[in-house]
Design a protein around this ligand. Structure first.
Ligand code: COA
Ligand code: ZN
Length: 316
């Protein structure tokens, strides 16, 4: 086992979480949550997405959300998801420096999600790189462990996309279990294979694990044993892709922080602040949340945090 000493959180609630909410969330609620999470100390965040409002109306205030973050946090911590060159242009105009370009390994899901084949999305990414060279790009590699339409997804489908983005100089890659079908052994085999194959390329792997079938924490642990230290999680366990039937929430940020703290792994994010944000989402915004760690379990949270702090302290 190669468990890392510290984990990094990419908070995705404001993007993956809000996109699946049907009723309109006022922009001021979105911006309040974004600011609370940034203040909680998450390493980075997908704050919104620049997609077609016809695809998902909820994200139509993307520019306003980005505007609200300016002056509140280092923009280098902020990602916006984009599906095409038009999204990259809008993100760039809004002042975003990092984009997450979503491409699914499964052709059927990519067609359903962004109306392109994976090959066409890769071509679009080439245009984005050419036209907006200053944008830092992450590949959000969807259906990396299985697809709601096509079932199993072969390693070769991932390798095709990873080869393609590495050719474009992109090494920030999130492996997304879009519909929560991965199992821990599959994570160890598949992610291990990719780590070995791309050992020379210095890829910054991230894991994006939906908890649809309750295996997100087990899959997270499987990735930890491989030395993976970057996790895309959502406050309150929000999340889901409207274009992937059966998809539901992500690994909850506070649950991962609890698990990490219990195991003595450090993190920059403060679990108490993330719990307070989840409670704000439930009590003020009125959305259901789906995390295990909350104020009721705070005593064990505090104990776990103490353990992590102790682990972090250099021994004299
Ligand atoms: N932002 C805003 N508007 C956009 C846009 C973007 N990034 N991309 C396209 N549009 C607009 C076009 O201007 C056009 O508008 P019009 O009808 O008023 O002229 C319309 O959307 C259709 O454009 P087109 O290029 O034909 O897109 P499409 O209908 O083939 O849809 C996507 C393709 C990618 C834009 C759409 O499927 C999408 O936004 N998907 C995002 C899905 C998503 O967010 N999933 C969850 C995250 S994994
Ligand atoms: Zn997701």
């Amino acid at each position: 086992m190669n468990i890392p000493e510290e984990i990094r959180i990419v908070e995705i609630g404001p993007r993956d979480g809000f996109q699946s909410i049907k009723t309109w969330l006022p922009t001021e609620h979105k911006t309040a949550i974004v600011k609370m999470l940034l203040s909680a100390g998450v390493d980075s965040m997908e704050a919104t997405s620049f997609i077609s409002p016809k695809a998902i109306e909820q994200m139509k205030d993307a520019s306003e959300v980005v505007e609200s973050v300016k002056g509140h946090a280092d923009m280098d911590r902020i990602y916006a998801l984009v599906p095409n060159a038009k999204g990259a242009e809008r993100a760039h105009e809004a002042g975003v420096g990092r984009i997450a370009v979503v491409i699914s390994a499964s052709e059927a899901h990519n067609l359903n999600n962004v109306r392109r084949t994976p090959e066409e999305s890769l071509q679009e990414l080439k245009i984005i790189r050419r036209e907006f060279p200053s944008l830092k790009v992450k590949l959000s590699l969807g259906t990396a462990f299985g697809c709601p339409f096509q079932g199993e997804v072969a390693d070769s489908k991932l390798i095709f996309l990873i080869d393609g983005v590495l050719d474009l100089g992109i090494t920030d890659i999130a492996l997304c279990d879009t519909v929560g079908v991965a199992d821990p052994l599959q994570v160890i085999r598949r992610v291990g294979l990719l780590q070995r194959r791309y050992a020379a390329q210095d890829v910054d792997w991230g894991m994006h694990l939906h908890n649809t079938r309750g295996l997100a924490a087990a899959n997270t642990f499987a990735a930890l044993t491989l030395g993976i230290n970057k996790f895309e999680t959502a406050v309150g366990g929000l999340g889901g892709c409207p274009f992937a039937p059966g998809s539901s929430g992500n690994m909850a940020t506070e649950d991962l922080l609890f698990m990490a703290a219990r195991m003595g792994l450090a993190s920059k994010a403060d679990i108490g602040s993330v719990i307070r944000t989840a409670e704000y989402i439930r009590d003020v915004v009125g959305l259901p949340i789906d995390s295990k760690i909350n104020t009721q379990t705070r005593d064990t949270v505090t104990a776990a945090q103490g353990r992590a702090d102790q682990a972090r302290r250099p021994s004299s």
